[in-house]
Write a protein that binds this ligand. Structure first.
Ligand code: MG
Ligand code: NI
Length: 494
């Protein structure tokens, strides 16, 4: 693989298949498949036009604006950016430890957003593929089809997501672009009325979370090709983990395991991040290629997100999700490497969120008034969080006036960059006959990429659904074939 990647950077003799953009992935992207002379897939490239202006845009702004400002980075996961920026700001204002109320309000906010994001992804974006099969008619394989054929499942998805949004609204002040987390703490706690309103619904959410894990478990086990065949690749995994090895979404230290499940590193302090992880660059992509330093750029890539977290942790500290985790890990001796295993792992986390929200709601610290804790100012900081889609890093430097002089953000989707390319390559190798672009091929590639729940919006600022185009290019650059999927899901070949 090493040589292929390097030589293919200027692959004159390779035929290319270009696919753009992907439907039901937020933002937009394009896929190029590079064929060799024998019509084998030499390489797959997922192109995402990274919006690099943001890191420049926040230079010169006062640090205390960051948690609110960075939410403009992404309309899909603003709460992740809000919280990770607040964590970085804690370090700038010298907060060694948040007050119990501040820490628990932030954790609650994060659980709410993970719940709503996972519910949206599963029910709205992925359940059509999983319930109807990848070969179902595209016109039917969408959320409308789910509402028609499985109204109870669709309704549960809507209400799980709504509950998560309510948690966000109550902890951050607003459903979108909240201001709850501030440097050194939070600016509001929960009222008794708010707490009781959430408590009234939380047991129902846990029950639906359990039902959803059962649903994805059944679908997964019914499809033999999900586990060892479809888009499955062997990779290292990166996530935060709590000091005692528990699943940890808000805080903790970095942990990486190799494809066999052996520890590469564990409990790395945020500030040492740069000693262990670097960002590689390839000429054909705006998006960077992060890798584990000790393994080098070609072999050091990894996966992040629900699959990585559920594989990496030693246990989950809520009982129903822990039982579900054990069941999931029975699938294989080492880490579960199936890309479609992301869906199952994601719903285990959704169940965990509902349980953890209930536990927190019984903690009276949520109602407290001690909201902020500050110490001596510092000029550099790194915040790391497990966003719904995976590890998210914000790094800042400020000057004596508190103005940002340098910012580097590594979004979750960038951490999965190489893994998504490899999954596409694996799928294309199975389903491209070498000559013709087919609807099944296009569908399979979408299903593989979608499993990662990429947030292309974090990088592109481009929203909305667009038509999808695949192009097959001859080695001389001329067009051999084109397949277009319009926004109304009709296909045209030319
Ligand atoms: Mg960056
Ligand atoms: Ni995003």
């Amino acid at each position: 693989m090493t040589n292929k990647l390097e030589t293919a950077d200027s692959p004159d003799r390779l035929k290319r298949v270009v696919i753009e953009p992907l439907t039901r992935v937020e933002g937009h992207g394009k896929v190029t498949l590079l064929l060799d002379d024998d019509n084998h897939i030499e390489q797959a490239r997922l192109h995402i036009v990274e919006f690099r202006g943001f890191e420049k845009f926040i230079q010169g702004r006062p640090y205390w604006e960051l948690p609110v400002l960075v939410q403009r980075l992404c309309g899909i996961c603003p709460v992740s950016h809000h919280l990770v920026a607040a964590k970085a700001c804690d370090m700038l204002v010298g907060t060694q430890q948040l007050t119990p109320t501040a820490e628990k309000i932030r954790r609650l906010m994060h659980l709410g957003q993970t719940l709503q994001s996972h519910a949206l992804h599963f029910f709205h974006l992925s359940s059509p593929d999983l319930l109807f099969g990848f070969d179902d008619e595209v016109r039917h394989r969408n959320i409308i089809g789910v509402i028609e054929d499985y109204p109870d499942i669709a309704m549960q998805g809507v209400l799980l997501r709504k509950f998560g949004q309510e948690v966000i609204r109550m902890t951050s002040g607003r459903r979108v672009h909240g201001t709850g987390a501030i440097p050194g703490g939070v600016n509001k706690s929960l009222s008794i009325e708010e707490r009781d309103a959430l408590l009234a619904d939380v047991d129902q959410m846990i029950a639906w979370g359990q039902a959803t894990v059962e649903l994805i478990r059944r679908i997964y086990l019914e499809h033999r090709n999900y586990h060892n065949e479809f888009a499955t690749i062997d990779t290292s995994m990166l996530s935060l983990a709590r000091e005692d090895g528990a699943l940890e979404l808000y805080d903790g230290g970095l942990r990486a395991k190799d494809a066999d499940g052996k520890l590469i590193f564990d409990q790395i302090d945020n500030c040492k991040y740069g000693d262990y992880l670097h960002e590689g660059i390839k000429s054909w992509s705006y998006m960077k290629f992060p890798f584990i330093v000790s393994r080098g750029m070609e072999n050091g890539w990894y996966r992040v997100g629900p699959l990585a977290r559920v594989n990496n942790c030693d246990y989950i500290d809520t009982p129903l999700a822990e039982a579900a985790r054990k069941d999931f890990r029975e699938l294989s001796n080492g880490p579960v490497q199936s890309t479609l295993g992301y869906h199952w792992a994601r719903m285990i986390e959704l169940l965990h969120c509902t349980e953890a929200i209930r536990d927190l709601l019984h903690d009276n610290d949520l109602l407290g008034n001690d909201l902020i804790n500050k110490g001596d100012m510092q000029q550099t900081s790194i915040g790391i969080i497990e966003a719904p889609r995976g590890t998210l890093v914000h790094q800042y430097e400020i000057d004596d006036d508190g103005l940002v002089t340098k910012a580097n953000l590594i979004v979750s989707t960038t951490n999965n960059n190489q893994a998504m390319n490899e999954s596409i390559r694996q799928v294309a190798s199975h389903y491209l006959d070498g000559k013709h672009l087919t609807e099944p091929l296009l569908n399979q590639i979408e299903v593989a990429v979608r499993a990662y729940d990429p947030c292309l919006s974090c990088a592109t600022h481009a929203l909305g659904k667009m038509p999808l185009v695949i192009e097959l290019q001859n080695p001389d650059g001329t067009l051999a074939e084109r397949l277009v999927k319009d926004s109304d899901s009709t296909f045209t070949s030319s």
